[in-house]
Write a protein that binds this ligand. Structure first.
Ligand code: GTP
Ligand code: MG
Length: 228
């Protein structure tokens, strides 16, 4: 049995998880080297299901004016998101994870093989919609972007702190719906400040385009910090 705590897990399970994460870290480092040598700024985009990741990425693909945007998108099933993203001008590759609730670096590496990166400076990885599983898996990204939609409730950063703690930036999404759902903005900002003080906060509606400019500006700035 587990000797670290009283969880009752067999030691075998813990060792397996440890070696899975170790192998993932090795693959993530390999991805990071490949992304850097391709001159790409790469973001891992995380949120609960339906928080508006694809809608935000569609809008980013349309408004980004530094060449084509690449997207690697993970879902358990369907290629719906890749098709939406391609329609918005992105070069999108879909990963279908089957029963896996997160993306792993090896899957991203294989999808990256299929991507034409000519002229590309920005690659966005849309993770599987899940507030828990994706957090522990480094994909080789440079930055993490977490979404908190106004329809999910202000308390999500308190309930799922690890995801928000790992984020470089948080997008509060669907702000056009804030009034309709009685979103308590000061409470949400206080919760984020308490749990994730490191994160830059953006307030965006992918539907109306409100708040896109500061996000685009931040992304452009991140891109300038890239090694050449
Ligand atoms: N009103 C409004 N609706 C939005 C906005 N962004 C997304 N939606 C809607 O929210 C729903 C989910 O959006 P998606 O972009 O598919 O969300 P997602 O996070 O990619 O979902 P998964 O990939 O399934 O986890 C869709 O019906 C979108 O039209 C927004 O800014 N405002
Ligand atoms: Mg999506």
């Amino acid at each position: 049995m587990c000797s670290h705590c009283s969880c009752g897990q067999p030691t075998r399970t813990l060792k397996l998880r440890h070696s899975l994460l170790e192998r993932n870290d090795t693959n993530a480092e390999r991805n990071r080297e490949r992304f850097a040598s391709a001159g790409l700024l790469v973001l891992n985009v995380l949120s609960g299901p339906g928080a508006g990741k694809t809608a935000l990425l569609e809008r980013l693909a349309r408004q980004w004016d530094h060449g084509p945007v690449g997207v690697i998108v993970g879902d358990l099933a369907t290629d719906n998101d890749a098709r939406r993203l391609q329609a918005s001008g992105a070069r999108a590759v879909q990963i279908q994870t089957g029963d896996l609730c997160h993306l792993e670096a090896s899957l991203v590496g294989r999808a990256f093989d299929q991507l034409d990166t000519t002229g590309m400076e920005l690659l966005l990885i849309e993770n599987v919609g899940n507030l828990v599983c994706p957090t522990a898996f480094d994909l080789g990204e440079r930055q993490r972007l977490a979404l908190l939609s106004v329809t999910e409730g202000e308390d999500k950063p308190l309930k799922y702190p690890a995801l928000f703690q790992s984020a470089d930036a948080v997008v509060i999404s669907k702000v056009d719906l804030a009034e309709a759902v009685g979103f308590d903005r000061p409470q949400a900002l206080a919760n984020l400040a308490g749990v994730a003080p490191q994160a830059r906060i953006f307030e965006v509606s992918a539907r109306t385009g409100a708040g896109m400019e500061p996000l685009l500006h931040w992304l452009s700035h991140q891109r300038q910090g890239m090694p050449v």
